[in-house]
Design a protein around this ligand. Structure first.
Ligand code: UGA
Length: 429
């Protein structure tokens, strides 16, 4: 397993727990030392236990030496970052560098698996870089959700494997042998595209739900009831229809932009994809305008306005701030002049990224609320629901809560003397 980020570490630990012997390589020597002690620095339920148990049984090892990890492997997984590069395309530098490093050390007839999300054609590109006719490059995209990665690995709804050589694909499929899931065995391009198509479709559902919420507000309809009214249809499904502060995280934005570049390069116009991305940006602007409409100073700006942000991570259950919609909204509020104080339960007492240019992170929601002109709920942490809202009401300068996750109980908040504004749900602005 080359790379011990979310995907590599989860895949490595889970495959080890299925009985395989897994060696995980990472260039960061300190991280390797920590992982050998089963110290996992990401918030991922079940993962630390899995790592500790598999290290103890000897099924899981960590090394800084990529060549050593590869030297005796039957299958080599590339789990490397593919960040958004120039013009939105996926940056393949890490994948290409590692392909160069391992080409001469790969054992005879081994299989190399692209686990990272990579542009269509990358399996072929890696095969070219390796220049090893005896080695097959297989695409096996992951569909893990952060915060549920171990669960999703152990209970996959499908396993997608793409390879030019069916036998190599089957070898990868066999690694998951004990898991009960349909296996889609196909060519590499189809597997690579399936990954982008999945994240695009999910993003499209969310942009749809967020636009639908605006329509609900116009008619005084309730978004929860409308999505309930459509979600029972199995052709639509109930999942991924909760409106929010826009979709984010380390995957959906990156992958939709990368797919847009793929479409442009292929000369294929995909208006739905453009609309999905643009809708997300417009939705966030709309939500910010709602705060401005409620709290702006006489000059229409947010200068002199203090806001308490509750939740910063891109969703609940993770400490990940990458491409968080909460930060995107914070940036827009800051541009309008607002002073921002933020509380997030996942960031309490940990070494957190420096956000001081944008906002001040505090360890107590009451400190965030002190003197603020409104509270803005940005992440659906269940514990925010149970905060002492009477005490928060007592601290706020203006008793307003913008609940961009429809998380809170409006009746309870009204009882605490607070004005509650949800998304696509009355009472709304
Ligand atoms: C996403 C996909 O869900 C995984 O299937 C995929 O494997 C992963 O990307 C990846 O490509 O690695 P993840 O990034 O963990 O997983 O995040 P999601 O749970 O999909 O949430 C994405 C965003 O949508 C978050 O900002 C979340 O708050 C938002 N969301 C989700 C909503 O606003 N409403 C919903 O109903 C669901």
């Amino acid at each position: 397993m080359i790379g011990t980020g979310y995907v590599g570490l989860t895949t490595g630990a889970c495959l080890a727990s299925l009985g395989h012997h897994v060696v995980c390589a990472d260039a960061d020597s300190q991280k390797v030392q920590r992982l050998r002690r089963a110290e996992v620095d990401i918030l991922e339920p079940g993962l630390p236990d899995l790592v500790r148990d598999s290290v103890a049984t000897g099924h899981l090892e960590f090394t800084q030496d990529t060549a050593a990890a590869v030297a005796e492997a039957d299958v080599v997984f590339l789990c490397l970052p593919t960040p958004m590069g120039a013009g939105g395309a996926a940056d393949l530098a890490a994948v290409e560098t590692v392909a160069g490093e391992i080409r001469t050390v790969l054992p005879q007839n081994s299989v190399v698996v692209n686990k990272s999300t990579v542009p269509v054609g990358t399996a072929e590109r890696v095969a070219d870089l390796l220049g090893r006719p005896d080695v097959t490059v297989v695409s096996n995209p992951e569909f893990l959700r952060e915060g549920r990665a171990v669960h999703d690995f152990m209970h996959p709804d499908r396993i997608v494997i793409g390879a030019a050589d069916r036998e190599a694909g089957q070898r990868v499929a066999d690694l998951y042998g004990t898991l009960d899931a349909p296996v889609v065995l196909t060519d590499a391009a189809s597997a690579e595209l399936a990954k982008y198509a999945a994240n695009f479709f999910l993003a499209m559902k969310l942009s749809f739900a967020n636009n639908l919420a605006t329509l609900c507000e116009h008619f005084g309809a309730d978004i929860g009831d409308v999505t309930d009214g459509i979600g029972h249809d199995p052709r639509i499904g109930p999942a991924f229809l909760r409106p929010g502060p826009g979709w984010g995280g380390s995957c959906l934005p990156k992958d939709t932009h990368a797919l847009l570049t793929i479409c442009q390069e292929a000369g294929v116009d995909f208006p739905l994809l453009r609309a999905t991305i643009e809708t997300n940006v417009e939705h966030q602007h709309r939500l910010v305008e709602r705060i401005v409409a409620e709290s702006a100073a006489a000059d229409g700006s947010l200068h002199g306005v203090r806001l308490a942000l509750l939740g910063l991570t891109f969703k609940a259950g993770t400490s990940d701030l990458r491409d968080s919609p909460a930060l995107a909204i914070a940036r827009l509020l800051k541009e309008r002049g607002a002073e921002l104080l933020a509380y997030d339960p996942a960031l309490e007492g940990i070494r957190r990224p420096d956000l001081s240019d944008l906002l001040t992170v505090v360890d107590d929601p009451l400190d965030a609320a002190a003197g603020a002109d409104a509270c803005v709920v940005l992440t659906e942490w269940p514990q925010l629901r149970d905060l002492d809202w009477e005490a928060i009401a007592g601290r706020l300068a203006t008793p307003t809560v913008h609940d961009f996750r429809n998380l809170l109980d409006p009746v309870r908040l009204e009882r605490a003397g607070l004005r509650w504004y949800g998304v696509g749900r009355t009472p709304a602005l």
